[in-house]
Design a protein around this ligand. Structure first.
Ligand code: TXA
Ligand code: MG
Length: 334
């Protein structure tokens, strides 16, 4: 089969397509995003259509770095500045009060905007191509490049498999290879009260706490909604079970011993935990590799027609916290 004309490796071509109002799926270090120029309302509208995403679910605006922050956000607290200086470009999203440059289409009508500077060199090349005297701080609005509620894509082929039928003839997929981190960015809400983690992700709670105080409970004032925290996100068609203890595992084995259509995700050190008739989907050597392989393994379960995935989660610290969060959400449906 001919490769789809939709794929490109050229950031120049990707930038030109965005400027013409098209959508471009872009590689980041976390997952692929479905990008449209943040200042073009028609492009933002199409992002929601292609994803089949409810319009009140706000999207992240991707910028080149700290220098662009004041174009999109105001009242940037010292803690937010320290976080941006420390972790950008990288897998950290900051929710801040928005400026008038941010349309309601992006924020779902909320007074805040989520900003992130992605580290993938091709994404940075696209932003550099878009930078001009008219647009000194270009922003690309981009949710993860999957249909609403489904598993996020970590390769260009995943994007085509999930969204190919919904993209237009002039939309592109910029192929930057497999995403290095493999789970989404950490979302931190920055207010006058301090900073609070709204979604665990590529930057760990320990890394954040090493540079700023992090609030643990939600503050009393109105908390912006983070629909990524809906229970039915990140789910394949196969039913996912997360186990964290030997007792949970024995109970799962007991119930499913005779089922041959079960896929297993577990660290290499836990290689012997599953029933021998179950298929190994991923055998990562450490939690970082677990995150890197997780979404591909969930997709493989569907490709192979498995009915269940059982995942032995890594410990609840470091990147393990984000892995457990995604597995828990994936296990809520299917
Ligand atoms: O790693 C990532 O964050 C990837 C890549 C593409 O950057 N993006 C991503 O986007 O995961 P998405 O749309 O799948 O999830 C973004 C999350 C959503 O849960 C959304 O509700 C939240 O960010 N969000 C966006 N704007 C917000 C805002 N103003 N206030 C609170 N949450 C917001
Ligand atoms: Mg998403």
């Amino acid at each position: 089969m001919e490769p789809s004309p939709r794929f490109t490796t050229s950031p120049t071509e990707a930038a030109a397509a965005l400027l013409a109002g098209n959508l471009v799926a872009l590689p980041t270090e976390t997952v692929y995003g479905l990008g449209g120029l943040a200042h073009l309302p028609a492009a933002i509208q199409r992002i929601f259509q292609v994803k089949n995403r409810p319009t009140n679910h706000p999207v992240i605006v991707h910028i080149a770095g700290l220098a662009a922050i004041t174009h999109w956000a105001r009242d940037v607290s010292d803690a937010a500045l320290i976080l941006a200086e420390t972790f950008w470009p990288g897998p950290l999203t900051l929710v801040l009060p928005k400026t008038d440059s941010v349309s309601d289409a992006i924020t779902g009508g909320q007074p805040t905007v989520a900003l992130r500077a992605p580290a993938h060199p091709l994404f940075q090349d696209v932003l550099a191509e878009l930078t001009s005297p008219a647009h000194p701080a270009p922003g690309i609005a981009a949710p993860s490049a999957n249909r609403f509620g489904q598993v996020s894509p970590t390769t260009a082929a995943h994007v085509e498999a999930g969204l190919g039928a919904y993209l237009g003839p002039s939309d592109l997929i910029l192929d930057g290879g497999p995403c290095s981190v493999g789970v989404e960015s950490t979302i931190v809400i920055c207010s006058v009260d301090g900073v609070r983690i709204a979604r665990s992700g590529g930057v760990t709670a320990e890394q954040l706490a090493a540079v700023v105080p992090v609030l643990t409970a939600a503050s009393a004032d109105s908390v912006p909604q983070v629909p990524g925290s809906l229970e039915t996100h990140y789910a394949p068609a196969a039913q996912v079970a997360m186990v964290t203890t030997a007792a949970e595992l024995s109970a799962f084995r007991e119930r499913n011993l005779l089922n041959n259509d079960i896929g297993v995700i577990a660290l290499a050190k836990d290689v012997d935990f599953a029933a021998p008739n179950w298929l190994r989907l991923a055998t990562p050597k450490d939690p970082e590799q677990y995150a890197h392989e997780l979404y591909g393994a969930l997709r493989a379960a569907d490709t192979l027609g498995l009915t269940h995935v059982v995942a032995l989660a890594p410990p609840d610290d470091g990147i393990g916290t984000a892995i457990r969060d995604r597995l828990r959400r994936a296990s809520q449906s299917g």
